[in-house]
Design a protein around this ligand. Structure first.
Ligand code: GAR
Length: 217
């Protein structure tokens, strides 16, 4: 099967991009990253991508009159690199409906909460404030509404009594790095696809386990 050619928009440190790049380094993985592009010229993830030998580009949103023009430039760079799929990885710009439609069902995002809880920013602070006992992360297909769209994969972590936003974020991030490559693999292999705004799977994905927090006595 032909490997997916994935473009990865980032805005910052790029640790999820690096997790995807590590997965793509395996010849058995069904995808390659053809371009990492950042809206922030100083994003640390750009250097990280270059260390993997991945081509990089900067498309600075400040150089465009509006979101539509910026998004059109993003698509142009992705197309020029031959991308047929996009994985947002800490890309902190709202996308226009036009961009989302152009890449419909070929566009994944990772978000640091168990969606649909805690869309938007400061998810770890808000999870702590809400007192949830389980928090986590989600890989989902992108729709025009913020942090919305069919869910491919989620990982839950327990919230511990002494957690700070930082300690919780670190445990969630470790899970992000596991589920993003795993979700991309499922989608790239055709083992997970959108049907009626839900993701359906070719194989049973039930796993059979449950994470309970605090643990049962
Ligand atoms: C990650 O935690 C990612 O889930 C989050 O930004 C961080 C980027 O880190 N994304 C969002 O909040 C998008 N709504 P990274 O640059 O090290 O991958």
């Amino acid at each position: 099967m032909a490997r997916l050619k994935v473009g990865v928009p980032i805005s910052g440190r790029g640790s999820n991009m690096a997790a995807l790049a590590e997965a793509c380094a395996d010849p058995g993985f069904p995808a390659d990253i053809v371009l990492v592009l950042s809206n922030e010229p100083g994003a640390a993830g750009l250097t990280r991508a270059q260390a993997f030998g991945i081509p990089t580009a900067v498309v600075d949103h400040r150089d465009f009159p509006d979101r539509a023009a910026f998004d059109a430039a993003l698509t142009a760079r992705l197309e020029a690199a031959g991308a047929d799929f996009v994985c947002l990885a800490g890309f902190m710009r709202l996308l226009t409906a036009g961009f989302v439609e152009r890449w419909r069902d070929r566009l994944l995002n990772i978000h640091p909460s168990l969606l649909p809880a805690f869309r938007g920013l400061d998810t770890h602070e808000r999870a702590l404030a809400a007192g949830v006992r389980l928090h986590g992360c989600t890989v989902h297909f992108v729709r025009p509404e913020l942090d919305d769209g069919p869910i491919v994969m989620q990982a839950a972590v327990p919230v511990l009594p002494d957690d700070t936003a930082g300690s919780l974020a670190a445990r969630v991030l470790a899970q992000e790095h596991r589920i993003y490559p795993a979700a991309l693999r499922l989608v790239a292999e055709g083992a997970a696809r959108v049907e009626g705004e839900r993701v359906v799977y070719r194989r049973d994905q039930s796993g059979g386990g449950a994470l309970v927090a605090p643990p049962l006595p």
